[in-house]
Design a protein around this ligand. Structure first.
Ligand code: AMP
Length: 417
């Protein structure tokens, strides 16, 4: 038997209700904040990602699904959205007519990672980006949107961590100091971190190795290297989150994996997830537009892993898991001669908005009644020879077992939900 590819998942029919419910929440919350959806292709020219995410990140180094197509072009299945979205915004001049461009997205992403619980090779992200404002208010708007979405999904067991990476000059000062410190402790670092120290020292702070963590604990903090501009930006974010009564923790070691972040960075974590405890995160990326050939354009955004949101809901808020009722009405036919009437009546009910099933196996009435129960139908309509002659059918309420006969002409007056 041919199996699916490792790290990919089928979303099965009895799971799709939960996905649809989250998608409705994405739509609802983004509408409340005035964000519009952008859909881009799932593959791009490789340089969209290699020029933006950073050559020395795990994503670009190890995780991209990159291949040469039949025309000899290097293309990549998108590992994240921000770079692709910025490419599209520049190409379609979307910033031209608006003071702030507010966009959201939802779809599949691809990373060649070692699969484990909460970590897939094809996964889904929901995210939002606020483009053109350099001010901390837009960072706060993005965090509030993400927070509102998590709450609407019924999740309360989570933590928001925030940090600042400052502006370019603060970050450069900090990077130098951090590099000096890490170099003087190089022997205690893991091989991975030794390599990162050479290529991308901030990333060492992301290390999960226990030995590295001991070294990191005493590392200098970015918060001691902020100039006035950087400190003011961060102070406004914190005080506006306080005003909005959104709890957060400051984590001076939070850097996030990608090269393009500056100023505010943040992450949402949940104890319900296990080892892969981050389920969303983002930050400000003022330099990315110019890196991808556009004008200097400040922007901030976040991405959230949908599979991880679903894991949290399953683990910590099982009452939120949607159980879909399969149908409103099941049509039971006394014999095959009445099938045409059954189809006519079911189309009529569907056009009135009721989900209606007919038996497709020409089974006995008893078997059809069993199916009605199995599908959790709220009502069944029994079609019999005698009733049809009188232009009538019998409606049975499956919860109360009450039966009534009704003229077919009057079916549209009945509520089956
Ligand atoms: P990132 O772009 O790495 O910050 O990821 C944002 C969010 O996407 C993470 O917090 C996860 O919830 C989710 N995510 C990232 N990589 C994976 C993966 N391989 N499998 C499942 N979810 C992922």
């Amino acid at each position: 038997m041919i199996q699916n590819i490792r790290g990919t998942k089928d979303i099965l029919p009895d799971q799709i209700g939960q996905w649809h419910s989250l998608e409705r929440i994405f739509n609802e919350v983004t509408t409340l904040y005035g964000y519009k959806e952008l859909r881009t292709p799932i593959f791009e020219k490789t340089e969209v990602f290699s020029r933006s995410i950073g050559d020395n990140t795990d994503i670009v180094n190890k995780e991209m699904y990159t291949f040469i197509d039949k025309g000899g072009e290097s293309v990549t299945l998108r590992p994240e959205m921000t770079a692709a979205l910025v490419r599209s915004v520049i190409q379609n001049s979307l910033t031209q007519e608006v003071s702030a461009l507010r966009l959201w997205y939802f779809g599949p992403f691809f990373r060649y990672e070692r699969p484990q619980k909460g970590r897939l090779r094809q996964f889904h992200q929901f995210g939002a980006e606020c483009i053109r404002s350099p001010y901390p208010e837009s960072d706060v708007e993005i965090i509030l949107l993400a927070n509102q979405l998590i709450r609407k999904a019924g999740i309360s067991d989570y933590q928001l961590n925030i940090n600042t990476l400052g502006n370019d000059s603060s970050r450069t000062l900090y990077k130098d100091e951090l590099t000096k410190y890490l170099t003087s402790n190089k022997e205690q670092l893991s091989e991975d971190s030794k390599f990162r120290l050479e290529t991308n020292p901030l990333r060492v702070l992301d290390s999960k190795s226990e030995n590295d963590k001991l070294v990191i604990e005493s590392a200098p903090s970015i918060l001691d290297f902020l100039d006035d501009e950087s400190r003011n930006h961060f102070d406004v974010v914190k005080s506006m989150l306080d005003d909005a009564k959104v709890p957060y923790k400051i984590d001076p070691k939070l850097v996030r994996g990608l090269d393009y972040y500056c100023h505010t960075v943040f992450e949402f974590k949940s104890g319900a997830l296990g080892a892969q405890d981050a389920f969303g995160g983002g930050g400000r990326y003022d330099g990315l537009f110019s890196q991808l050939g556009g004008k200097l354009t400040p922007a901030v955004g976040f991405a959230m892993g949908v599979e991880r949101l679903l894991l949290i809901i399953e683990n910590s808020a099982p009452e939120q898991v949607i159980k879909q009722s399969d149908c409103d009405v099941f049509i039971v036919c006394m014999n095959e001669n009445l099938l045409k009437d059954a189809f006519k009546i079911s189309e009529m009910l569907r056009s009135n908005g009721y989900s209606t099933f007919c038996d497709l196996h020409r089974r006995s009435m008893k078997a059809q009644m069993r199916e009605t129960n199995k599908l959790n139908a709220k009502h069944c309509i029994i079609i019999g020879e005698d009733e049809i002659k009188r232009n009538a059918v019998t409606i049975k309420n499956m919860i109360t077992s009450k039966q009534v006969e009704i003229k077919i002409d009057l079916l549209h007056t009945i509520s089956f939900s």
